[in-house]
Design a binder for this molecule. Structure first.
Ligand code: GLA
Ligand code: ZN
Length: 646
């Protein structure tokens, strides 16, 4: 396994480059990421390129056996470019240009910007094509869907709609524009969602398309760079460092034409009181692995307390630096690059801490990081081993967008049931894949399809086929609600899934912050929150009923035999234990082995290879955990990872 760091030679005096590289080599660092924001130093004036300093830095690292990931600097066009060609700067929702100097100040559709971006990327690729130390390329930085409101983007949007709908009549129909007299009578009337108000006031069909197009713009921009790099370096390994942000690109389309996934991983240093939340890290990692169903990299990994645009967070507790990097390995990362080597002393991010503090005296966090490097070295033989899963959870970018556009009820968010279902199976020691909704399902035995809100007919068909041929599906509330345009389907919920689930909702109750009791046939009771589908069984067996509210006695959880398989339906958002109960029943019914002795937030995954396989057991809590595993008594310190060959 490989450990790297993110490094900014342009931030430090040259004398430091050598001492830094020496300490890196001594510590066991094998990789640095360079260059992703350095356009103003790589092209200080229009057409004058200066790679000398970067060559020198790369040379210093490569002499010490440290490889390089090069970032293309297209996230930050230099000031001279913005000044000469103001059109490169994106326009915000208020119709004015975005500020320069924060970063991300470029419109990925602006033809002038694209010309300059292509040129700097081509220059870099040409210059470094024979440099053996450059082992991978990162395109831009933390790409987001293109929420630019400039005239070029507005025109692009109209073109996109023209090619999707053909005629204005078709578009008006698909959007239901008759509502509030919103029908377009010319394409020029179609504007982006200007204004700083709640997007929920806007037409949801129009908003979903806007998001889809904005994502496609960014993906096209990314692909353009990848193709260009490959023109010079046919076998280049290309990625982009993705993340979870407000306007995300579609993960699956983003990486379709890239070689591997990389992710920026900043687990919280402030342990949430609600332990459900700590689960997020594992879920995100499994989602990253699921994008290409391949091992991935962490391109930025927690190294110190975080802060700058928000007040500073707690410094990582002892064990976190090492534990969270090993956790990434446990979930399928083969390379973890820490952000960043040393805390910046200049610029807006001076409070986002690296491994070494401003003092430049390596301290507690660095010592732990050095231990991690040693451990990673020992794990070298596990590189390339894979996680195999019987359980998949489906994720959809359309759903992610659609829930953001229209919040359903107080407290409800898309990832929550994904996390709860993930926890249910992963807490029983199983590997869990989180995959795109269009993924082939035949490798799996259990597919969780939570909140399948925006309907894609091909996904519906695949879920029916999966159950028909013997698989187990878990569906939940807010499934089959919308058609592919984001309009409501006019049938009893879960509409297109009703035959599969063998139940229907006669009404629903968005209870928001209230709770509800639900009771299983065996007397077990659980709390539900946020939402209650008031269910009636058609062909399904009722597993649990509501035990409070006016729908006391109506079904809350059902299971239906379908073909050779089964479909569960969960009508509310339950507490963790509810999902565990269902997971246990399914695993027992299907004869899939599980481990039920793991305490809360002790995570277990398995990586399998031809030569070697290993089990990773991680205490993702800040207290010691004692438990038994295969008849052995095990104690894990806070954030300790135990790795054992199997
Ligand atoms: C992101 C960015 C980095 C840096 C870190 C920390 O992940 O990619 O450039 O800004 O956040 O703030
Ligand atoms: Zn634009």
């Amino acid at each position: 396994m490989i450990i790297g760091v993110d490094y900014y030679p342009e931030h430090w005096d040259k004398e430091m480059w050598i001492t830094d590289a020496e300490l890196m080599a001594k510590t066991g660092i094998k990789l640095v990421r360079l260059g992703e924001f350095a356009w103003c130093r790589l092209e200080p004036e229009d057409s004058r390129f200066d790679f000398g300093w970067l060559d020198e830095a790369i040379g210093i690292f490569s002499e010490r056996g440290i490889d390089v990931v090069l970032g293309t600097p297209t996230n930050c066009p230099p000031r001279w470019l913005c000044e000469q060609h103001p059109s490169v700067v994106p326009t915000g929702r208020n119709g004015s240009p975005n500020p320069i100097g924060i970063r991300g100040h470029r419109c990925v559709n602006d033809p002038v910007f694209l010309g300059y971006a292509q040129r700097i990327v081509a220059e870099m690729a040409e210059h470094y094509k024979d440099n053996k130390s450059v082992v991978a390329w990162q395109i831009d930085n933390e790409l987001e869907a293109n929420f630019c409101f400039c005239p070029t983007c507005n025109e692009k949007h109209r073109e996109w709609l023209k090619s999707k709908y053909g005629t204005l009549q078709a578009l008006n129909k698909a959007y239901g524009n008759v509502v509030w007299s919103g029908e377009y009578s010319s394409w020029e009337q179609i504007d982006p969602p200007y204004g700083d108000y709640n997007h929920a006031w806007l037409n949801p069909a129009y908003m979903l398309d806007f998001n889809r197009r904005a994502s496609e713009d960014t993906v096209r921009f990314c692909n353009m760079q990848a193709e260009l790099i490959r023109k010079y370096i046919p076998h280049a390994k290309i990625t982009t460092n993705t993340w979870f942000c407000e306007n995300m690109t579609d993960f699956y389309k983003t990486f379709e034409n890239l070689d591997f996934v990389s992710y920026d991983n900043y687990p919280t240093t402030d342990i949430p009181k609600d332990t459900e939340n700590i689960y997020t890290h594992a879920v995100h990692l499994d989602l990253m692995r699921g994008i290409k169903r391949e091992n991935f990299w962490i391109m930025e990994q927690l190294s110190g307390g975080m802060g700058c645009w928000s007040p500073m967070s707690k410094t990582p507790r002892p064990g976190m630096i090492k534990g969270y990097a090993l956790q990434a390995f446990a979930h399928g990362a083969d390379t973890v690059v820490h952000f960043r080597w040393r805390t910046a002393a200049i610029g807006a991010e001076m409070h986002w801490h690296g491994l070494i503090d401003h003092s430049n005296v390596p301290g507690r966090r660095f010592a732990e990081f050095a231990e991690l490097c040693g451990e990673a070295e020992k794990l070298a033989s596990l590189r390339g081993t894979r996680l195999r899963s019987d359980v998949a959870i489906l994720y959809s970018s359309d759903n992610e967008y659609a829930f953001k556009i229209q919040p359903q009820t107080y407290g409800m968010y898309y990832m929550e049931q994904i996390k709860l279902l993930h926890y249910a199976f992963a807490g029983l020691g199983l590997n869990v894949d989180i995959v795109g909704q269009h993924e082939e399902l035949s490798d799996y035995r259990i597919v969780c399809a939570p909140e399948m809100y925006v309907t894609d007919e091909s996904v519906v068909r695949r879920l029916y086929d999966f159950a028909e041929s013997g698989g187990t599906v878990i569906l939940t509330n807010r499934s089959g609600v919308k058609d592919s345009s984001n309009n409501c389907i006019q049938a009893q919920l879960p509409t297109v899934y009703s035959k599969l689930t063998g139940c229907h909702a006669e009404e629903y109750d968005p209870i928001g912050g209230d709770s509800v009791r639900i009771k299983f046939g065996d007397g077990d009771t659980f709390t539900g929150k946020q939402w209650c589908d008031i269910l009636n069984a058609d062909t399904a067996e009722v597993l649990a009923v509501y035990d409070s509210n006016f729908y006391k006695g109506n079904a809350a959880v059902t299971v239906n035999r379908f073909g050779n398989g089964r479909a569960y339906y969960i009508g509310t958002v339950g507490e963790k234990a509810l999902y565990r109960k269902i997971a246990l029943k399914i695993l027992k019914d299907s004869g899939i082995p599980f481990t039920d002795s793991l305490p809360d937030n002790v995570e277990m995954t398995t990586r399998v290879g031809d030569e070697i396989s290993a089990r990773f057991i991680f205490n993702n809590t800040d207290v010691s955990q004692e438990f038994t595993l295969d008849g052995r008594n095990i104690t894990l310190k806070p954030f300790e990872m135990m790795i054992e060959e199997i």
